[in-house]
Write a protein that binds this ligand. Sequence first.
Ligand SMILES: [Zn+2]
Length: 147
Amino acid sequence: MPKVVSRSAVSSSTDALPTASSTAALRIYYCICSEFILVIDKALASHPRRRTDGAIVIRSQDSEAGKAGVFKLNAVIKEPILVERQGGHERQYRLHCPRCNLPVGYQTTPPPMKSGPFTYILKGSLSQIQGQLPPDAFEDENFVRAS
Ligand SMILES: [Zn+2]
């Protein structure tokens, strides 16, 4: 018979942000409308990218593969949309900027936030500098500067 271990003693809230003494290490990201969207313990650039759409993958729940990232999103979850993927469809609950309504990310599970294993940040949607366009905003576009 397998031994049953109570998990109650090790439960920790993934919503809890670090105390003031460690906030210096937190990164803050803004929408291009300059609304504060995300505070997180590691730079977005250091996170893995999704192969399908290049979205930044933030682990939102602890699993055997790793611990959840410490982050807080200031976004509004909208009705799900269906996105075509190889071999089927994917339901995406889009996360929108509360000010300008631009989609900044998504999760594949219904609300609340972080209900699934991962939270995805759309490529080029957030900037670390308030009011500045993210450096990868035009990564995929054939962006030709008019001269
Ligand atoms: Zn915005």
